[in-house]
Design a protein around this ligand. Structure first.
Ligand code: PMV
Length: 338
């Protein structure tokens, strides 16, 4: 029998228009669409999955350690989803490795569930399009569906109750705007205090501002889509800062408030503003996910100057640049021998 083993490599994505809140929590159907840029292989998750009748339970390893029960539960649920898609009942061994800090607002769940979905699909012979696989990846972690494609990606909200039209699709390939760069200013490598899934539920249930955010959301999606298609850097940088501020505002409006940005994050916001004011135009723009680390988007032309500016901010530990990525891939070499 052919061995059911496969390895996939995926990279994170940085959302320009954020996913924050579900219209259906079980199916992970978002309250609004989102748009992201997939990053290159500066940050990668590599995952090997092996399904075998010699295993009596699922076994999950992340960065050399067996994962704890909470994390294991989420991954086993995803394995179950993939087993159903592949009509297979075999247990699995999963070994996954990140080359960047886990759960620190660097979207490790996006690259993680993208790699897991693809490795399972290949190992189990699930023959579906990337768009169909994106609907499976979404169930592991919403933002993971966007990491199934390279370049610039939109996850559409969809209208149907069953979620079949809530899929990710590429709006432009990496080659469309190769000069764009995400400079990650790392303020903390610690884990986040509240998971994005729990936090966004709290926002949907308790924030009054959230409804207003959702009313403005289609306009923001259109603006960012246009900025990307026209390669209008000034419009893009201005839009992503407003959009990030809007998401963090509804987080703060939740009860009790959710605060992911730190003092260092706030200093970065000021430094970016001062940098643009000195330059006399929008040369870069920040965006923050569910963590204190900043993603400062700029063009290769201004990369060195923006890196210098960020490295000078008190509390910034490291500055790492990632370009636009081509999306996930399979690897012939597995992370363990069977
Ligand atoms: O995919 P999740 O459940 O980890 O949520 C991601 C949420 C944000 O990163 C804050 C926004 C986004 O669209 O990536």
């Amino acid at each position: 029998m052919k061995e059911r083993i496969a390895t996939a490599i995926a990279t994170p994505n940085i959302a320009f228009v954020k996913y924050w809140g579900n219209r259906d929590e079980r199916l992970i159907l978002p309250a609004g669409g989102s748009i992201s840029m997939t990053l290159d292989r500066t940050f990668t998750t590599t995952t090997t999955v092996w399904f075998s009748d010699s295993l009596s339970a699922d076994e999950i390893w992340l960065n050399g350690k067996k994962v704890g029960p909470q994390e294991a539960k989420r991954i086993v649920e995803h394995l179950d989803l993939m087993r159903r898609a592949g009509q297979c009942r075999l247990r699995a061994k999963v070994v996954s490795r990140n080359n960047f800090p886990t759960a620190a607002g660097l979207a490790s769940s996006a690259s993680g569930f993208a790699a897991l979905t693809l490795a399972c699909a290949k190992a189990l012979g699930v023959r579906r399009s990337m768009t169909e696989l994106s609907a499976l990846a979404r169930r592991g972690s919403g933002s993971a569906c966007r990491s199934l494609f390279g370049g610039f990606v939109e996850w559409v909200r969809g209208e149907r109750k069953d979620g079949s039209d809530s899929i990710a699709q590429q709006i432009a390939p990496a080659s469309h705007w190769p000069g764009l760069v995400d400079i990650v200013a790392i303020a903390s490598e610690g884990r986040k205090h509240i998971s994005s899934r729990d936090a966004m539920r709290r926002t949907v249930e308790t924030s009054r501002l959230f409804k207003q955010r959702m009313q403005m959301h289609p306009g923001m999606l259109k603006q960012v889509r246009n900025a990307i298609m026209q390669k209008n850097a000034e419009l893009l940088f201005d839009s992503i800062m407003r959009e990030s501020n809007s998401m963090h505002a509804v987080m703060k409006d939740s009860r009790p408030p959710i605060i992911y940005m730190s003092e260092v994050s706030r200093r970065i916001v000021d430094a970016v503003r001062a940098f643009n004011a000195d330059a006399g135009g929008m040369k870069c723009g920040y965006t923050f996910d569910a963590g204190p680390n900043a993603h400062v988007i700029t063009t290769r032309k201004n990369e060195a100057a923006v890196r210098r500016m960020l490295a000078r901010v008190k509390g910034v530990k490291r500055v790492v640049s990632a370009g636009v990525g081509k999306g996930p891939a399979y690897a012939a070499k597995h992370l363990f021998k069977i």
